[in-house]
Design a protein around this ligand. Structure first.
Ligand SMILES: [Zn+2]
Length: 502
């Protein structure tokens, strides 16, 4: 389907990913901590692109409440948030859009809230998910009692019997938790020594990954589809679209949101999507103590099991904020980290869709980011994983209206993470995993993994060996991904405003 906006039918020269001056300024906040970084060069559009769309975008100021509260600074961020992006033009090409897509001009921070869509179906308590051999019957979500869980959107206390038990289990797991100090709020610039310590393998500051991390799909043109931060008000719209197109996704869910929307989580699960952990309250995990990390992951595992009857075995760290300490604790709790693909400091597979809602980016920039991702996809020998969210109306609208229809038209194989790894769905959950063919991580194995050299980039230049103080030309822009996902304060403010009535 041809795609064009009437106001700009003529292709505008491709602008750099840093054409947005405000965003560029924010990037520079991080990059000045780094060695000279290559200029941001979007890859050329993939061959076969025929239709050209262009969008002019002007976002208003960020709404009150989306700014980080004083003192809450996420990894990578050093200064208060920059003003909303100025009017900018983008050029991107989409092979198809959804005929019922919300117009791009309406996908803005100031958009009025759309009516939420009822779930297409709700599973009856006691239903048996026959698509997962050995899965137990579905619990009754109506019996979920929030009083039995920690306060929402706060790091849970560590003195509860549950957390104390999980701490004991980690101690008995055989995993050695590296004796790394927690990082300070403020990310790479506020943690110069930690950021320069490549043995820590801190993804935020340099993009370091380990063999135990899942960062891509092995097969070219295979997209491991993921959505973070739900379930939420507009997740049902996304589920409806995915169902129409017979697509399955991986959902990294926030435990506090599961308390708010247990029926949506059950619907995701019974629709054969993969459910995975995204912590209880969405903090940058490297800033927490070992015990707090255990509490964040443990409560998330527990509430998911209470609602579904099974426990995920994959997790994604909020903001991608992971180091060897967080890795070891996650693995000790049976959770394998899943990141998003990063092939260089200037080429991360992050649409930045999260920041439309807060007015920090525009839908035009998000589609430009998608275009840049596609350009890199076309040259890769392996598949990929992208960061997107089902938290906000705007993120769902850009996914269902534009990104997914375009991806389908391009013939990408769109599938959940477990599937792109050629595993059966049963292997996505601890209780139903085939431990003989898909052995869970063990302490000795993980210790070996964590001491192995950092994973090498597919561009052959190495990731993670170069911290932000490195003298190599790779530099570091890990904070960009962190920033572009939003700030801790912004996330919590978004949660608070969205779910204040729950
Ligand atoms: Zn998140």
């Amino acid at each position: 389907m041809r795609f064009a906006l009437a106001a700009a039918a003529v292709a505008i020269p491709l602008v750099s990913a840093c054409a947005d001056p405000a965003q560029h300024a924010r990037r520079m906040n991080y990059e000045r901590q780094a060695a000279p970084s290559p200029s941001t060069t979007p890859a050329a559009p993939p061959a076969g692109t025929s239709a050209v769309g262009a969008a002019s975008s002007s976002s208003g100021p960020a709404p009150a409440g989306s700014q980080a509260p004083s003192g809450v600074v996420p990894p990578g961020q050093t200064t208060p948030l920059a003003p909303a992006p100025a009017a900018t033009s983008f050029s991107f090409s989409l092979l198809a859009t959804n005929p019922t897509a919300v117009p791009l001009s309406n996908i803005v921070a100031t958009a009025l809230s759309a009516t939420t869509r009822p779930l297409d179906s709700t599973a009856a308590p006691g239903s048996v998910p026959t698509f997962i051999p050995g899965a137990p019957a579905l619990p009754n979500a109506a019996l979920l009692n929030p009083a039995n869980y920690p306060a929402l959107d706060k790091v849970p206390p560590i003195d509860s019997p549950e957390v104390q038990q999980w701490i004991q289990e980690v101690q008995n797991s055989g995993f050695t938790i590296p004796g790394l100090n927690a990082t300070l709020a403020g990310g790479c610039p506020a943690n110069a020594a930690f950021a320069a310590d490549t043995s820590r393998c801190w993804w935020t500051c340099g993009g370091c990954t380990r063999e135990s991390d899942i960062t891509e799909c092995p097969t070219a043109k295979h997209w491991g589809l993921t959505y973070d931060d739900g379930p939420a008000f507009y997740t049902s719209d996304l589920l409806h679209f995915l169902d129409e197109k017979q697509l399955k996704s991986t959902f990294f869910v926030v435990g506090s949101r599961v308390i708010s929307f247990p029926a949506i989580l059950q619907d995701e699960y019974m629709d054969q999507h993969q459910i995975a952990v995204h912590t209880w309250s969405h903090p940058p995990l490297t800033t927490l103590s070992n015990e707090e990390i255990i509490a964040e992951l443990g409560w998330s595992k527990k509430v998911i099991k209470d609602v579904l009857g099974v426990t995920p075995n994959m997790m994604r760290p909020p903001f991608g904020d992971i180091d060897d300490r967080v890795r070891a604790i996650s693995l000790a709790m049976g959770l394998t980290p899943v990141m998003w693909t990063r092939i260089s400091p200037s080429a991360t597979f992050d649409t930045d869709d999260f920041n439309i809602h807060g007015g920090l980016t525009s839908v035009g920039q998000v589609l430009q980011n998608w275009q840049n991702i596609l350009g890199n996809v076309s040259t890769r020998d392996s598949g990929f994983i992208v960061l997107e969210h089902d938290l906000f109306q705007q993120t769902v609208e850009v996914a269902t209206g534009y990104i997914l229809p375009d991806a389908i038209a391009r013939g990408l194989t769109i599938e959940p993470v477990y599937s792109c790894l050629s595993r059966p769905l049963a292997n996505a959950y601890i209780e139903t995993n085939d431990n003989s063919t898909n052995p869970p991580p063990t302490g000795s194995g993980a210790a070996a993994v964590l001491s192995a050299p950092p994973t090498t980039n597919s561009d052959g230049t190495g990731v993670g060996a170069a911290g932000p103080q490195s003298t190599t030309t790779k530099g570091s822009s890990g904070g960009i991904e962190t920033f572009r996902h939003g700030t801790t304060g912004a996330v919590l403010a978004a949660f608070a405003s969205l779910f204040a009535l729950l």
